[in-house]
Design a binder for this molecule. Structure first.
Ligand code: ADQ
Length: 465
């Protein structure tokens, strides 16, 4: 097997502990890194006064990580700036929230160049390089400029915006052109791929061939749809493990016979949290018989707190949850339990299993793994129902969920009422179909699909440990 070098903004090395608390992506990437004797390169999350390019190598659970610290100005302009204040909102179709500052672009270019210079000596002939996400779009080109002619792939974890939105980015052309340094570019869904192809056709006059390759000025890339999966089998086992079982029992006891609707997200405006609260409020207002019979548990740990839009959404959710509780609560019943902290995966799995409904309402989401984890955690004999936004990439693979338009509080309220009263046989049938899909297109499948495109000659498959 060829050696794999994974590059991502942040590196999350596997830990030696049990797999129950680790993300499926970390585990899957770790498996292939371990087998190929590869390296995972990226930012440590730490700061240094002046960038040195000193690499901190560590080996954890058989995986070698190579991390660097960044200067405060890099973090401000590259990470908080261009990545999180420009590209993130724009790529989630929120142009009005995007901030366009040349300083951010400079910082983004600078960090990508620094990453390339620092990574260069680690790359040997025949290595495969796999770059992840919007933080590092120009990295492939920076490596090519330094003579790297290895196979390099890029995977975008978030949506690709429609062309008419993309052109509002002042440096859109440069950014998209830089993608042609990659051999493979992967997206979660056909929608994101189509938007990319629209752009390169209309703005760059690129040639799109029937075999999925795109040719522009002598460079050829293969654009692939490759939806990320979870390790559904392992997640289902986690949900039946001791921690999850204990948590599930505790939640059932605390629900006291009431139906629990659960939402779990990073506190981010792309996740449609306000819309979710409004839909739930509508349910309580219009189906008064459900008052006292249900409650919404929303778990949303704050993220990107230095960015103002994130402070604003937090304040707005505080107000909304307060308003709903103020309006509907009784001495014995709190309609919204709103929790601003994260929980370990095995605890979450137990919470999902205790819920009647998983409510996932992003306004735009590359994929959304919470929807998949909710399904994998259910008891096959008595499964909860997934209510899922059409605008999450996951909706393309999960048609048996109750699909909704999150902009409509009525649709959310109707879907919740439908899910809460759904007959057992229908719940089981929907769950079985969803779970079969998750087992078939799981994280190992995703990895295999992308690796096959990146290294077309390979016949090897990766098994998760
Ligand atoms: P995210 O925007 O972070 O990821 P998502 O895929 O839903 O969104 O979640 C990532 C992980 O975080 C999940 O495994 C989930 O369990 C965990 N998580 C979320 N809230 C949590 C909480 N309160 N406590 C503990 N864990 C929590 C980006 C894209 C997505 C895409 C993924 C992977 O935005 O669209 O699905 O990358 O490609």
């Amino acid at each position: 097997m060829k050696r794999l070098i994974v590059v991502s903004n942040r590196v999350s090395p596997p830990s030696e502990e049990e797999s129950g608390n680790q993300g499926g992506l970390t585990l899957a990437l770790s498996a292939v890194l371990r087998e190929s004797n590869g390296i995972w390169f990226g930012w440590s999350g730490g700061e240094t006064e002046t960038y040195t390019g000193n690499i901190n190598f560590q080996k954890s659970a058989g995986v070698t990580t190579a991390t660097v610290d960044l200067e405060p100005q890099d973090i401000h302009e590259y990470y908080d700036g261009f990545a999180n204040r420009t590209l993130w909102p724009l790529f989630h179709y929120r142009v009005s929230l995007a901030e366009f500052e040349r300083g951010f672009v400079d910082g983004y270019e600078r960090v990508n160049t620094r990453f390339a210079e620092t990574l260069l000596p680690l790359i040997t002939e025949d290595d495969l390089v796999w770059v992840h996400d919007y933080h590092l779009i120009p990295l492939g080109q920076r490596l090519r400029e330094r003579g790297v002619d290895n196979r390099i792939g890029f995977f975008l974890h978030i949506p690709w915006p429609p062309m008419r939105l993309m052109v509002s980015l002042p440096n859109h052309q440069e950014l998209v052109e830089s993608l042609f340094a990659y051999d493979v570019v992967g997206f979660h869904t056909e929608d994101w791929l189509d938007s990319f192809l629209d752009y390169v056709r209309a703005q760059m006059d690129a040639e799109i061939r029937d075999d999925g390759t795109v040719v522009w000025r002598g460079r050829t890339l293969r654009a692939v749809v490759c939806p990320i999966g979870i390790d559904a089998r392992a997640y289902a086992e986690t949900a039946q493990g001791e921690t999850a079982r204990t948590m599930c029992r505790q939640m059932q006891a605390s629900a006291d016979g009431r139906g629990m609707i659960v939402g779990v997200d990073r506190l981010d405006y792309s996740k449609g949290l306000q819309e979710r609260f409004l839909g739930y409020e509508r349910l309580l207002a219009t189906r008064t018989e459900l008052q006292e019979q249900v409650f919404l548990l929303q778990i949303a740990p704050p993220s990107r707190e230095s960015v103002q839009t994130y402070q604003e959404i937090r304040a707005s959710l505080d107000a909304l949850s307060g308003r709903i509780n103020g309006e509907f609560a009784s001495v014995e019943w709190v309609p919204v339990r709103y929790v601003n902290k994260g929980y370990p995966r095995d605890v979450l799995a137990g919470i999902y299993r205790a819920a009647k409904v998983g409510l996932v309402t992003p306004l735009r989401d590359g994929m959304n793994l919470v929807a998949k984890e909710f399904v994998a955690a259910q008891d096959p004999e008595d499964p909860g129902v997934l209510v899922l936004s059409h605008f999450a990439g996951a909706a393309a693979q999960m048609p048996e969920a109750v699909l909704i338009n999150p902009y409509s509080p009525e649709e959310i309220a109707d879907a919740l009422a439908h899910a809460l009263t759904m007959p057992l046989a229908e719940r089981q049938a929907r769950w079985r179909a969803l779970m079969d899909g998750l087992l078939e297109e799981d994280v190992t499948w995703w990895l295999g699909q992308f690796m096959a495109a990146l290294d077309p000659g390979t016949t090897e498959t990766v098994e998760l440990a």
